[in-house]
Ligand binder design. Structure first.
Ligand code: ZN
Length: 150
């Protein structure tokens, strides 16, 4: 089979780089030239997509039927943060990228879009929790200080 130059987006640092992807190979082990992290890129063709939003949890769940380079059919299920619908139409060329067997990046090469599934807001959530906690502690300290002075 042939080698194809595909613009792959690194699931770790989101840098787009041209990679030689073996389209005759089901999964490609690649290393990002920028952050040097290894990931597995899986080029497929979309057959069908179903997605369901959960407004309360602010997530969207996908189940995507794909055909790999050898003609095998697979069902890929994943969940994203936010309810915006990611475009994956029947016949679209897509790449699913994995780090440590975890799906982190979905790319639609046909429309040139990508979806990052990394839960990047966990650090942000921690910081916000820390600030709230600090505020609460200082309010309590202030209140007790006022009490002793009055
Ligand atoms: Zn990278």
């Amino acid at each position: 089979m042939s080698n194809n130059q595909i613009q792959l987006v690194c699931p770790s640092c989101e840098t787009a780089t041209l990679f030689n992807v073996h389209t005759g190979q089901a999964q490609n082990n690649t290393v990002c030239p920028k952050c040097k992290k290894a990931f597995v890129a899986w080029p497929v063709r979309v057959r069908a997509k179903n997605s369901r939003q959960d407004k309360r949890a602010n997530t969207r769940a996908y189940s995507v039927r794909v055909i790999d380079v050898n003609g095998g059919q697979h069902l890929i299920e994943f969940q994203q943060k936010g309810i915006a619908d990611f475009e994956l139409r029947a016949g679209d060329q897509a790449v699913f990228s994995y780090v440590n067997n975890k799906l982190l990046m979905v790319q639609n090469l046909t429309v040139g879009r990508h979806l990052n599934l990394k839960s990047g807001c966990s650090v942000m959530t921690l910081i916000i929790c820390g600030i709230v906690l600090l505020l609460l502690i200082s309010i309590c300290a202030l209140a007790s200080l006022l009490k002793t002075h009055l």
